[in-house]
Design a protein around this ligand. Structure first.
Ligand SMILES: [Fe+2]
Length: 252
């Protein structure tokens, strides 16, 4: 009993400040959860640079869908390498203090190293955040209504999204986005491109990201990409996808 009281006190003492740092406002307005994780900021709210976001669970948190070694290597080596190379490329340039969405909106004017590593940095952030330890969740609220309206059912979205991911040639990403007409749409991008980039065939705001590079699944699934894509559906963090949907609907 005493142990649980101590544990509870520790959770409150550590947890409340941790939550609070992602929910503060400044002169620029409310800082969202995602932005606070991506950007380091001065006391006045100015973005001072980019940060490497923490993984939202432990390495074994996604098992058995994604094994712990894959998560550890994917996060610490692949994702970290994109971040380090992106930081090296933007250091000392005006890009260092630009929101990453703004950089992507003009990515055609940037060298390949910014496009590839900036995309790799941001896409993996979305990917980690849109998965969760709890399995078998479903969309709720406005997002659930939008899915039913556009696709007819969650199963129909799963099939369309899955087919897009399985059919993508080579390395790339599958996406559920909010397009310019404020409608849900399934799309894919090659390499580390994403739908925020001005080079994307279909542009929009990313809501759900699936990494279909072999490094995301090869240790556990080998060449069976389809099995990985199907299993991914069990660990989607629909609360996070729903939050992104609500945020995206507010944007012009
Ligand atoms: Fe990856």
């Amino acid at each position: 009993m005493k142990k649980s009281l101590i544990l509870f006190t520790l959770i409150v003492l550590i947890g409340i400040p941790a939550i609070a740092q992602y929910n503060y406002s400044n002169e620029a307005g409310l800082v969202t959860y995602g932005e606070a994780k991506l950007y380091s900021q001065a006391a006045d709210g100015r973005q001072t640079g980019f940060r490497f976001p923490a993984l939202p669970y432990t390495y074994n948190g996604l098992q058995p869908v994604i094994d712990s070694l894959t998560v550890a290597i994917h996060y610490n080596r692949h994702h970290r390498a994109y971040f380090d190379k992106f930081i090296a490329a933007v250091k000392g340039t005006p890009l260092e203090t630009q929101p990453i969405e703004q950089i992507f909106a003009n990515i055609s004017q940037q060298p390949a190293t910014i496009r590839n590593n900036g995309g790799g940095y941001y896409n993996h952030f979305l990917y980690w955040e849109n998965m969760q330890v709890m399995q078998g969740a479903s969309p709720t609220g406005d997002l659930a209504a939008a899915i039913n309206k556009k696709f007819g059912s969650l199963d129909a979205l799963r099939d369309q999204f899955g087919n897009a991911a399985k059919g993508l040639f080579g390395s790339g990403w599958a996406w559920l986005i909010l397009n310019k007409d404020k409608e849900l749409e399934v799309t894919t991008t090659p390499n580390q491109d994403n739908p925020l980039m001005d080079v994307a065939a279909v542009r929009g705001i990313p809501l759900l990201a699936l990494d279909v590079w072999e490094h995301a699944y090869y240790l556990n699934y080998q060449n069976k990409r389809a099995d990985y894509v199907d299993a991914f559906w069990k660990i989607i963090n629909w609360d996070e996808v729903g939050r992104r949907y609500v945020e995206a609907m507010k944007k012009n």
